[in-house]
Design a protein around this ligand. Structure first.
Ligand code: GDP
Ligand code: GDP
Length: 457
């Protein structure tokens, strides 16, 4: 499971600054809670090939009334959702009563916590450490979030407490040290479909869009191997099953409500649960409510799916009983607003009546196949050569960018590594052209593609 780390502390200690530095995010998920000046923010972050989720919180001021009380509540919830807490204090301001109060809470909750003294660009790190040692939370990690100082040591310690997922580390392909991979060697680094779980499908969406109805529908006629699983409210339920001799595991974020079973208890929508399910899936089935159209939170979540690179199938639910005019409007709206995920199949379904649900499986399979096929280097290189011949890369400083060969560097999403000269100068538009070409020739559907360049040969 992807670890979850919460940033907690008084307002103004630098939590957002650290959040932005860790996630470099364009796609923070903002939890929707009405009436708050600042909500929890969720983002995906990667450090040394390890992926984790960061939660930023409004802050706890120690003066918990009105809006502050609400912000504190947000922070407390984030602490509950997190596997570890980075407790930030302001080295310039020194130790305050509010810091003491938060420290006390963390100690009581028995959460894995790391004390972080920010803004050490303004004071001596040793003095900062001494200042906060009376809190009894161990030595503070001195950092300057605004300048990126001390971050590595902090991440090494805080992420170090979680077991490493080797497959993930090797599969990420974003390491600077990734050497050119010789022919025939690259396939080893690519994680394939898991024999045990089959295709892992996460059913994702806002509350009430019809996720549990869909889960029940999808499992309807199938033989479910294992069903009930214990878990906390933060955990999704994993349901392995077989359909037409194909293995699947459904990751159910809604909590299937079966009469007389524990899952009947209404489970609250949890952003962490959703994000973890996306991370852990091969294919995300993203459910939206046709009657509500595409709302902001849908776009946020879709942005996150895109960032993780998971394969994607979109299900527009509650298509039953809609007027033709409404249907036309929704379709136009979708085309316009979902352009950024135009690689994904869209299905118009009724989970309640079962209409269109069977077709979802076909898209799930196709997306999965597109996402994990191991394309040989010769094939990718041929596509690259043809693309270059059809459309030369531009001249840079009077020399033409040379793209020599391409190989697969990862799967789910497919990562295509292109080797050549002056690759740092390849314009975005040209990358897009290559991406489209690979997509078209390889007939990829339902998955984003990543392209990475390696220079110097
Ligand atoms: P938050 O309320 O805890 O999220 O705090 P912010 O991230 O909004 O930061 C509060 C203020 O502290 C801003 O003016 C930041 O520019 C500043 N700040 C954040 N990190 C640093 C740092 O490392 N050094 C200094 N000197 N200022 C910082
Ligand atoms: P979840 O919170 O996303 O798991 O949503 P539920 O599956 O609990 O569904 C929320 C509500 O929408 C329930 O009242 C369902 O009966 C209803 N619903 C779900 N799917 C459909 C559908 O396809 N058509 C209609 N009309 N209602 C649906």
């Amino acid at each position: 499971m992807v670890p979850v780390i919460a940033l907690v502390g008084r307002p103004n200690v630098g939590k957002s600054t650290l959040f932005n530095r860790l996630t470099k995010t364009r796609n923070a998920i903002v939890a929707e809670y009405a009436g708050l000046t600042r909500d929890r923010q969720y983002g995906e972050a990667t450090w040394q090939g390890r992926t984790y989720i960061v939660i930023d919180t409004g802050g706890i001021s120690g003066d918990e009334e009105g809006i502050d009380a609400k912000m504190a509540e947000q922070s407390l919830q984030a602490i509950e959702e997190a596997d570890a807490v980075l407790f930030m204090v302001d080295a310039r301001a020194g130790l305050t009563a509010a810091d003491q109060m938060i420290g006390e809470h963390l100690r009581k909750r028995n959460k894995r916590s790391f004390l972080v003294a920010n803004k050490v660009d303004t004071v001596d790190p040793d003095i900062a450490r001494a200042e906060f040692s009376p809190m009894g939370l161990g030595d503070a990690f001195p950092i300057a979030a605004a300048h990126g100082r001390g971050i590595n040591a902090l991440l090494e310690a805080s992420l170090g407490i979680f077991p490493k997922d080797d497959a993930e580390v090797e599969g990420e392909g974003d390491e600077a040290g990734g050497e050119a991979v010789a022919e025939g060697e690259e396939a080893k680094r690519i994680p394939g479909p898991s024999e045990k779980d089959g295709i892992k499908i996460a059913i994702i969406g806002r509350p009430n869009v019809g996720k549990s109805t869909l889960v029940n529908r999808m499992l309807g006629e199938e033989r479910v191997i294992v069903y009930d699983q214990a878990g906390t409210t933060r955990d999704s339920i994993y349901i392995p099953f077989e359909r037409n001799e194909e293995k699947y595991t459904l990751i159910d974020t809604a909590g299937v409500r079966r009469r007389g079973k524990i899952f009947e208890a209404v489970e609250k929508f949890s952003v962490v649960k959703t994000l973890q399910a996306i991370q852990d899936a091969n294919v995300v089935v993203f459910v939206m409510d046709a009657r509500e159209g595409v709302v902001e939170h849908d776009l946020n979540l879709l942005g996150f799916v895109l960032e993780t690179g998971r394969a994607l199938v979109i299900a527009l639910n509650k298509w039953d009983g809609m007027e033709q005019g409404e249907k036309d409007y929704v379709k136009t709206e979708l085309e316009r607003r979902l352009m950024f995920v135009d690689f994904a199949d869209i299905h118009f379904i009724s989970a309640l009546h079962g209409t269109g649900v069977g077709h979802l499986y076909k898209s799930v399979q196709e997306s999965f196949r597109s996402a994990v096929t191991r394309w040989p280097t010769s094939r990718l290189t041929k596509i690259l050569e043809d693309a270059v011949q059809e459309h030369q890369p531009p001249l840079v400083n009077g020399r033409r960018i040379k793209l020599r060969y391409a190989h697969l560097g990862g799967a789910n999403p497919p990562l295509i590594v292109i080797h050549g000269n002056q690759v740092e100068a390849v314009p975005r538009s040209y990358s897009r052209y290559l991406e489209n070409t690979f997509r078209r020739v390889l007939k990829l559907v339902g998955t984003p593609i990543r392209i990475e360049y390696k220079g110097g040969e």
